[in-house]
Ligand binder design. Structure first.
Ligand code: GLN
Length: 251
């Protein structure tokens, strides 16, 4: 574990959050780092101090974490982290069961599931935190994507993956695809929800265009830290514009 930086609020803090970015070296593409930046900045603007930690293979996991974020990666990145992920998998599953909020994008979403069968038929095992399995398809599913979700309204992002994910009975989808392909291009599901964990294919970055989801993760994190969620009203005009532009663009 390394400390990347600490943000402190301008006034007296309402609380303090420890945010952990999983595998930033190998799993961090198509702007996924933006998710971490949004969480850290919004937490600060809502009045919470943030300590941002990162974890790469072979390091020690921190003892206390309130929010965990991980990005996507190529098959080669997934190969580099897979052994380490299997080692920390039991701890991550315990944390998820305890209600720790997590956001796993694309390649990490696949490995939070039961595994990913590559285009060459090789299995990269996952940790089974999410009841899902992924098999590489023939082509790639690429472009802007819009979902309807129960908790966050319309969610907008950008997908780029070969994996076709099928959810098992233990996972609910994050949302229903309105434009785009989502988990597999056939059953209209996108992503997965279990406990306070969100797995999704949406890059973009996801959270700058979806502040409702960012604030939901922060609220769960503050509660998990045993503090009160008392947010400020923030001006999301730029996020609204970015959402509108992304939704208006054809694939
Ligand atoms: N390698 C995986 C796939 O193509 C994940 C890609 C990603 O994380 N963007 O399905």
């Amino acid at each position: 574990m390394s400390t990347l930086y600490e943000h402190t609020t301008d006034g007296p803090a309402r609380g303090r959050l420890r945010l952990l970015q999983l595998y930033p070296r190998d799993m961090n593409i198509y702007g996924d780092w933006g998710n971490t930046l949004v969480l850290a900045r919004r937490a600060q603007r809502h009045g919470y101090d943030v300590e941002l930690l990162s974890y790469d293979p072979g390091q020690d996991l921190p003892g206390e974490v309130h929010l965990l974020v991980g990005g996507g990666g190529q098959d080669s990145g997934q190969d580099r982290i897979k052994d380490d992920l299997l080692e920390v998998g039991p701890q991550l599953r315990d944390w998820a069961r305890d209600g720790l909020p997590m956001l796993a994008i694309c390649g990490l979403y696949q490995l939070f599931g039961r595994g990913f069968t590559t285009g060459k038929g090789r299995e990269i095992p996952g940790i089974g935190l999410i009841d899902a399995h992924t098999v590489a398809g023939r082509g790639r599913l690429i472009g802007n994507i819009t979902l309807s979700t129960r908790e966050f309204g319309e969610v907008v992002g950008y997908e780029n993956h070969s994996g076709l994910t099928t959810l098992g009975p233990g996972a609910k989808p994050l949302g229903t695809v309105r434009v785009g392909d989502g988990n597999n291009g056939t059953d209209s599901t996108e992503g997965a929800r279990v406990h306070h964990v969100i797995g999704t294919y949406l890059h973009g970055s996801l959270l700058p265009k979806n502040p409702a989801m960012a604030d939901w993760l922060l609220a769960r994190a503050v509660e998990h830290a045993g503090q009160d969620w008392d947010p400020e009203p923030l001006d999301d005009a730029w996020a609204d514009r970015a959402r509108a532009v992304a939704m208006s663009r054809p694939r």
